[in-house]
Design a protein around this ligand. Structure first.
Ligand SMILES: [Zn+2]
Length: 126
């Protein structure tokens, strides 16, 4: 089962119902009760099923807030990647007489990550 499938699992359906009830079926970010509500993971842990998180890791948000936060998170990550790539680029220029193969690989890897995130962002913003 991949992550998306797990979010359709009965375990997650029940767990998210619990959290929505705890949060009085109210978005904990903007306070709305009229939008469709999602339960959001505040952080992710490796090898953990979505329903296996402690209460404090889960929070009820409306779809609009969830989307805004996801976009914000992606933009922050993109920003760090751009900075990292810029540093690799500068290092490459300063030491261009030495072997820069590994720097070139790193630069390409970062460019790949940036392209993937941009694609993710495009899909979300649709
Ligand atoms: Zn909201």
């Amino acid at each position: 089962m991949n992550y998306k499938e797990k979010l359709k699992d009965q375990w997650w359906v029940d767990r998210s119902k619990e959290i929505k009830k705890r949060d009085h079926h109210t978005c904990q970010r903007c306070g709305t009760q009229t939008h469709l509500l999602n339960v959001h993971h505040k952080y992710y842990m490796p090898n953990t099923d979505p329903w296996d998180y402690p209460d404090e890791a889960l929070i009820t948000w409306c779809r609009k807030c969830h989307k805004e936060q996801t976009i914000y998170d992606i933009l922050s990550e993109l920003n760090s990647l751009f900075i990292e790539r810029m540093l690799v680029y500068k290092t490459n220029i300063n030491y261009k007489d030495v072997t820069t193969k590994s720097l070139q690989l790193k630069y390409n890897q970062l460019s790949n990550d940036i392209a993937k995130l941009r694609e993710k962002l495009r899909k979300i913003e649709k």
